[in-house]
Design a protein around this ligand. Structure first.
Ligand code: HEM
Length: 411
C-alpha cells in the first residue's frame, strides 16, 4: 500500500513536471521572462529565409492558418508521420504547403537560446505576424502561451475550406471555429501574396459548372491571361501543368496590401472562393470587400484583429499538451523502472529522474541505441548522463526495464 501511495505521488509529481505549466491564458508578454528575445530571434531567421526565397512569407502565413483550423492552434500540422501519428501534412489539402524547414530553423535557433520554452504553435503565430510585416503588411501584438499537441488529426483537415466551395460552406467552416464573415473576408486578404497551382483555377477557366465557358464572375481579359499560363488540363498542352503556379494577386504578388480587394471588385480574384466574397449577390461579405478595397488601413486593422481571433482557436494551455523539443515529433516519454524506489523519465533528450520527492534533470537520447540511463537511488543521483560528464559505463546493469518495442536500453 505504501509503495502504491509512493508510486501515485511520484506519478503526480512527474506529470506536473512533464506536462506542467500554469493555467494562464494567451498573453503578449508570455515569454518576457523565459525567452525575452523570442520575437527578434524569429525575425532574424525569417529575414534570411525571405532573402533566400521571397515566397517564404506567404508559406509561413498559410501554415498558421492550416494549423489553427485543425484541432486549434496547437502545432499539430507540423508533426511528421510516426507511430500513432497520421501526419496532417499528408492530407491532400496540405500537400502543397511549404515552409516547414524554415520552422525547423526557427525552432533550432530558439532551442539554442531558450531550450524547451517556446512552443511550435507559438512559433507559427509569431512567424505569421513577422512574415506579414516583412511584406509591408500590418503588425500586431501576437498572443502567446500555446502549447503543442502530442497528436495530429488528419481526418480533421476536412474542416479546412476548399477553393471551390460555396460562400455558405466557407462561412460555415469559419463559423465552426468561431470566426465570422468579417474574419472570413479579412483573412482571405492573405491572398494578397503567394501563389496557387493551376489546378485550383482551371475549373473556372474552362467548362465552368459544365457550361463550356469561363466563370462569368471572372474578367474575360484576366481569364485569357490565366489560360496562357494554365492550359486546359484535358488537352495535351495542359496535361503537364499540375505544378505550374500563378500569382494569387496579379497586381502586387509579393506585397501585403489591399489590392486583393480591388482585384475582387474588378472580377480579378483568382480562386472561386475569393471571387464569391464579392460576386455572391446579397451576401454580407460584399460590403466588407468594398470597405477593405476602399481603405487599406481598415483592412490592416481588421486583418490584425482576425489573425488574433484565428490564433485564439482552441489553444492548448495550462497542463495540456507539451512544449515540443522538435517541430516534427512529439516528445517520446520513456518510463524506466530503475529500482524499487526510482523512476527515470526521458522526454526525448531531456530526462527527468525522480526519486521520492527529488527531481533531478539529466539527459538521455531518444535514439534508443544510445539511451543514457540516469540512475537514481535513494535521494541521490548516482550516475548522470554524458551531458553531465559522468561515466556512462557505470550505469550498466542498473536494472532498467524495457518497454515493449524497446531495444535493450541499458547503456
Ligand atoms: C477562405 C478560405 C480559403 C481558401 C478556400 C483558401 C485556399 C487556398 C488555395 C487553394 C491556395 C493555393 C494552394 C496551392 O495551389 O498551392 C491558397 C494559398 C494561400 N493561402 Fe489560402 N485559402 C483560404 C484562406 C486563407 C487564410 C485564412 C490564409 C491566411 C491567413 C491563407 C493564406 C494563404 C497563402 C499565404 C497562400 C499562398 C501560399 C503559397 O504561396 O504557396 N488562406 N489558399
Amino acid at each position: 500500500m505504501a509503495s502504491f501511495q509512493f508510486i501515485a505521488a511520484v506519478l503526480f509529481l512527474v506529470a506536473a513536471v512533464v506536462f506542467g505549466g500554469s493555467n494562464a491564458q494567451l498573453s503578449s508578454t508570455f515569454y518576457d521572462n523565459t525567452c525575452p528575445n523570442v520575437s527578434s530571434i524569429v525575425r532574424g531567421v525569417l529575414e534570411q529565409a525571405q532573402q533566400a526565397n521571397i515566397r517564404n512569407a506567404a508559406f509561413l502565413t498559410r501554415l498558421h492558418f492550416h494549423d489553427c483550423f485543425v484541432n486549434g492552434c496547437d502545432g499539430s500540422l507540423l508533426l511528421d508521420n510516426a507511430d500513432g501519428i497520421e501526419s496532417e501534412k499528408d492530407a491532400n489539402i496540405n500537400r502543397a504547403l511549404n515552409g516547414f524547414t524554415v520552422v525547423d530553423d526557427i525552432k533550432t535557433a530558439l532551442e539554442n537560446v531558450c531550450p524547451g520554452v517556446v512552443s511550435c504553435a507559438d512559433i507559427l503565430a509569431i512567424a505569421a505576424e513577422i512574415s506579414v510585416n516583412l511584406s509591408k503588411g500590418p503588425s500586431w501584438e501576437v498572443q502567446l502561451g500555446r502549447r503543442d499537441s502530442r497528436t495530429a488529426n488528419r481526418a480533421g483537415t476536412t474542416g479546412l475550406p476548399l477553393f471551390n466551395e460555396s460562400l455558405n460552406v466557407l462561412k460555415d467552416k469559419f463559423s465552426a471555429v468561431g470566426l465570422d464573415s468579417t474574419d472570413l473576408v479579412a483573412l482571405s486578404g492573405a491572398h494578397t501574396f503567394g501563389r496557387a497551382g493551376c489546378l485550383t483555377v482551371t475549373p473556372r477557366l474552362y467548362n465552368f459548372n459544365n457550361s463550356g465557358n469561363v466563370d462569368p464572375t471572372m474578367d474575360p481579359t484576366y481569364a485569357q491571361t490565366l489560360q496562357q499560363t494554365c492550359p486546359d488540363p484535358n488537352t495535351p498542352a495542359g496535361s503537364n501543368t499540375s505544378t505550374t503556379i500563378v500569382n494569387l494577386d496579379p497586381t502586387t504578388p509579393n506585397g501585403f496590401d489591399n489590392n486583393y480587394f480591388t482585384n475582387l471588385q474588378n472580377k480579378r480574384g483568382l480562386l472561386q472562393s475569393d471571387q464569391e466574397l464579392f460576386s455572391t449577390s446579397g451576401a454580407d461579405t460584399v460590403a466588407i470587400v468594398n470597405r477593405f478595397g476602399n481603405s487599406q488601413s481598415d483592412f490592416f486593422t481588421s486583418f490584425a484583429q482576425s489573425m488574433i481571433n484565428m490564433g485564439n482557436i482552441s489553444p492548448l494551455t495550462g497542463n495540456n499538451g507539451e512544449i515540443r523539443l522538435s517541430a516534427r515529433s512529439a516528445s517520446v516519454i520513456f518510463w524506466i523502472n530503475l529500482s524499487s524506489d526510482g523512476l527515470l523519465i526521458c522526454r526525448n533528450y531531456a530526462a527527468i529522474s525522480v526519486c521520492g520527492c527529488l527531481f533531478v534533470i539529466g539527459y538521455c537520447n531518444s535514439d534508443l541505441s544510445q539511451l543514457y540511463a540516469v540512475y537514481v537511488s535513494g535521494a541521490v543521483l548516482v550516475y548522470a548522463s554524458n551531458a553531465l560528464g559522468s561515466d556512462l559505463g557505470c550505469c550498466r546493469g542498473a536494472g532498467v526495464v524495457s518497454k515493449p518495442g524497446w531495444s535493450e536500453s541499458v547503456v
